[in-house]
Design a protein around this ligand. Structure first.
Ligand SMILES: *Cc1c(COP(=O)(O)O)cnc(C)c1O
Length: 368
């Protein structure tokens, strides 16, 4: 059996550190917005190379709070991607703004930066690229567009903790970048968690207020915020896991390189790593029109796969009233039918990758 992830194996590697983290919180007797949260925010900010990190309850809230902290709401348009977790767009909808989707870059599967210029209107307030599957979207052209048109440049790095663009972490680009610590992410909590990275201390102060009911002083509510705080317990667990993140990302890179080498002579589109940065390989996503048959074939051999994502966001039932129709995003629509995520997690062995690749080879031999 080869799963998509093995959390017990990951926890086993740092069992003592996790129990020590639990003990610290228990002994402190302080569970919300305390020393662990403060320390984790500083440690993750240093790890990313940004001035400020504000932790929150989950990745979806991180995105919503980023939009709120930039006063993006009703009447505003936000340019984003049709290929992401639904949370990216849901955050835009929750603040009352309008998502505007552009088709995908056929190499990175992130939004195609060449298409962004043509969808800008006088209502466009922000661009929200997603660094999907662990690879940076092409940020330089987006930064230029943002500057030229006075737009806020945001980022969804829920799958890209540590991904770089032109030698710097993606967190250092734009106005604010959102993270998730959902257990499957490259840095995962033992539950929900999220954060925002930004460089402006004033913005960070507003985010800290917004995550805590919009509270300035105690019992003084300056604006209508959320209740969205990272628990002390999760912050303590994340502090135990952060020191492994660089090594885990390197292991993901090594496994991805092995996949690339073993699968290269097959009628299968392999992921492309752009020259402008290093992917942290949150997922290893291949493409084939025979996706469903391949997934079934591998499942019969005990190899789990998943599809990220089978339905584009604009075509989700929740967005039906907005009238998006097939044919509007030809690249993304084709990808959604062909994507298949193969297992890739830091504790996976080379032998397991070989086994997956043997399964993929066997499939194409059987089909020939
Ligand atoms: C996981 C994820 C989110 C949502 O994060 P949660 O912590 O689950 O709310 C948002 N965007 C992307 C790209 C994600 O992968």
């Amino acid at each position: 059996m080869i799963p998509m992830n093995d959390f017990r194996l990951q926890a086993a590697g740092i069992r003592d550190e996790l129990f020590a983290a639990f003990g610290r919180v228990l002994d402190a007797g302080w569970y919300i917005l305390g020393k662990e949260v403060e320390a984790f925010e500083r440690e993750f900010a240093d790890w990313l190379g940004v001035a400020e990190v504000v932790s929150v309850a989950n990745g979806m809230d991180a995105l919503q709070l980023v939009l709120m902290a930039h006063d993006i709401g009703p009447g505003a348009e936000v340019v984003t991607t049709p290929n992401s977790a639904f949370a990216t767009t849901l955050a835009i909808l929750r603040v009352g703004a309008t998502p505007v989707f552009v088709d995908l870059d056929p190499d990175t599967y992130a939004l195609d930066v060449r298409r962004v210029g043509s969808v800008l209107t006088e209502r466009t307030r922000a661009i929200l690229p997603v660094h999907i599957y662990g690879q940076a979207a092409d940020l330089e052209p987006l930064a230029q567009l943002a500057t030229r048109h006075g737009l806020v440049l945001l980022g969804d790095a829920a799958q890209a903790h540590g991904a770089t663009y032109r030698g710097r972490d993606v967190a250092t680009y734009g106005d604010a970048v959102a993270y998730s610590f959902y257990p499957t992410k490259n840095l995962g909590a033992l539950g929900d968690g999220g954060a925002v990275a930004c460089r402006d201390p004033e913005r960070a102060r507003r985010l800290r207020r917004l995550r805590d009911y919009g509270q300035g002083r105690r019992f003084q509510h300056l604006e209508a915020g959320l209740n969205s705080r990272l628990d002390e317990l999760q912050a303590a667990f994340l502090r135990a896991k952060l020191p492994q993140l660089r090594r885990h990302n390197q292991r993901r890179r090594a496994l991805a390189a092995l996949y690339q080498q073993r699968l290269r002579d097959l009628p299968l589109l392999l992921p492309v790593e752009k020259e402008y940065g290093e992917s942290v390989w949150h997922l290893f996503v291949v493409r084939t029109p025979r996706r469903d048959r391949l997934a079934g074939f591998l499942r019969d051999r005990g190899i789990h796969t998943l599809v990220h994502y089978p339905t584009l966001i604009p075509f989700q039932p929740a967005l039906a009233p907005r009238g998006f129709t097939p044919g509007m995003f030809p690249v993304a629509e084709r990808c959604a039918q062909e994507f298949l995520s193969l297992p890739l997690y830091p504790e996976m062995t080379d032998e397991q990758v070989e086994e997956v690749c043997a399964g993929v080879h066997a499939f194409f031999e059987a089909e020939a």
